[in-house]
Design a protein around this ligand. Structure first.
Ligand code: NAD
Length: 491
């Protein structure tokens, strides 16, 4: 362990406000004391933008927009492809930044840049394929028409802390390919990946002002939402903040793309490959990102004929995976993001027991040499009341709730019984059943038998309180384009 700790530098890089070509080391929003979640120790003072810097950045982005929207699509494509290469070449440094930002283990942190590069390349490819429609031949009265897909202008991008690099890559390349410029507000909790992303944008050769990055807190986010020259907001975070954003956006009637939380069901039928089903069900609830993933499969619905076996297997996997220092090679689960998260998660664990759920394993903060960091044991509950808080509310921590069902109808009803509708998972060898469920599950996506989350060509985004709008695929590009109609009378 000590060997690896020495091998990787744990010193946080300096963080800047990026307005056009300028880098500033201080902002009017004061400073945020960054705490290393692995150790609980303060390790950096992060400069925060306030409304003053938001105003400056939006003005610079608006000016840049006038030339960026006229920049040839081939140039936009080339710049995005260069950025993608740089992201990939800096995978190791992004992994280090992820561990510093929020305690993402290196193993997972090395995967994000590969995916982020793919998202960037995919949207590079769209830059010269933005088309309008022609509304037919001239009609009897001599009219015909066509549409123009226009960029909005300045897009305000506000992201949360759990996957800073991938969140940036899901938004910025699509916005730029469509001809918009952006002002980005990363979470104040996780500024280090965004700092490197901004460095690479500069190195790729994007004109100054096309991408502006302002670390800041809620005040900066709100100023961005309220600014009249910000034409659209693309937000990733929680439903409570999303409600505040919708209120602030109402004054300017600003459209908002919202990627929010989930309580996704993973339905395991008795004909499933149980090795895969249990691996997927634990990886994306208890192991990766210490359970802090929006689309994670946090409710496992298991058919009664294999219920006991699945619970035993899941428990064994949970108990064999000890969380550890994210900088240590081989560690799969790191800490949760901060002390507040520890209290929130432990509070939900306590209330779940009070509500009558059975705690099968886990349930505690980890002590010993990890006591100063924010580590929580992978936690599994059974006998969960479907109406209880644990069944109905996102935990955003390493806590899995297992439910029993008998029939497909029962599974469907249980799966669709929360206000969230982000993702859903089905494990079965019966593809007819899988396709029936894919149609009926009320969720933005259904992933069958281990299909991967966040494949760029597939649109991602929830329904209901899980969000509005899509990232990924053609739909992800269209979020950043406004359709204008032209009608012509042909004389
Ligand atoms: P949050 O909603 O508190 O914060 C997100 C961002 O919003 C931060 O940058 C924050 O500074 C900013 N913010 C806070 N108040 C604001 C305001 N009034 N106006 C403008 N901006 C403001 O983040 P959280 O709730 O801790 O994040 C976790 C949530 O994010 C979970 O619910 C998770 O499921 C969700 N999430 C969703 C996706 C997705 O793609 N669907 C991805 C990752 C995380």
């Amino acid at each position: 362990m000590t060997e690896n700790r020495q091998a990787i530098d744990r010193t946080p890089p300096p963080v800047h406000l990026r307005i056009g070509a300028e880098r500033r080391t201080a902002g009017s929003g004061g400073a945020h004391e960054h705490i290393d979640p692995a150790t609980g120790a303060a390790n950096a003072a992060i400069p925060l933008a306030g409304p003053a810097e938001v105003n400056e950045a939006v003005a610079v982005a608006q000016e840049a927009f006038e030339s960026w929207r006229r920049t040839s699509p081939a140039i936009r494509r080339r710049l995005l492809l260069t950025l993608a290469d740089l992201i990939e070449q800096n995978a190791e440094e992004f992994a280090r930044r992820g561990a510093l930002d929020n305690g993402t283990p290196l193993l997972y942190g090395r995967g994000f840049p590969i995916n982020a590069a793919e998202w960037t390349r995919y949207y590079a490819g769209w830059a010269d394929k933005i088309l309008g429609d022609v509304n037919g031949l001239p009609t009897a009265d001599g009219e015909f028409g066509y549409t123009i897909a226009k960029p909005y202008g300045v897009i305000g991008i506000i992201i949360t802390w759990n996957g800073p690099l991938i969140s940036l890559a899901m938004k910025i390349p699509a916005a730029l390919a469509a001809g918009n410029t952006v002002v980005v507000k990363p979470s104040e909790l996780t500024p280090f990946s965004a700092e490197l992303f901004a460095d690479l944008v500069e190195r790729a050769g994007f004109p100054a002002g096309v991408v502006n990055v302002l670390p800041g807190d809620a005040a900066a986010g709100q100023a961005l939402v309220e600014h009249p020259l910000v034409r659209k907001i693309s937000f990733t975070g929680g439903p409570a903040t999303a409600r505040r954003i919708l209120q602030s956006a109402s004054a300017t009637m600003k459209p908002t793309l919202l990627e929010l939380g989930g309580k996704s069901a993973n339905i395991v039928f008795d004909d499933a490959d149980l090795d895969d089903a249990c691996a997927i069900g634990t990886r994306f609830s208890l192991i990766a990102l210490a359970g802090q993933g929006c689309a994670f499969a946090t409710r496992m619905l298991v058919q009664d004929t294999v219920y006991d076996e699945v619970v035993a297997r899941v428990t064994a996997i949970a108990e064999s995976n000890r969380p550890g220092d994210p900088f240590e090679e081989g560690v799969l689960t790191g800490p949760v993001v901060n002390e507040d998260a520890v209290h929130r998660i432990l509070g939900m664990i306590e209330r779940a027991q009070r509500d009558g759920a059975t705690l099968v394993t886990g349930g505690h903060r980890i002590g010993g040499e990890l006591a100063d960091g924010y580590y929580i044991e992978p936690t599994v509950f059974t006998d969960v009341d479907p109406q209880s808080e644990l069944a109905q509310t996102e935990v955003f921590g390493p806590v899995l709730a297992i439910f029993r069902f008998r029939t497909e109808e029962e599974a469907l009803e249980l799966a669709n019984s929360t206000p969230y509708s982000l993702s859903s998972y089905v494990q079965t060898r019966d593809l007819n059943r899988a396709i029936r469920l894919a149609t009926e599950l009320h969720a933005g996506q259904t992933l069958i038998n281990g299909a991967t989350n966040l494949r760029v060509a597939r649109p991602f985004g929830g329904f209901g309180i899980s969000g509005v709008g899509k990232e990924g695929g053609r739909h992800g590009l269209e979020e950043f384009l406004q359709v204008k109609s032209v009608g012509i009378v042909v004389g």
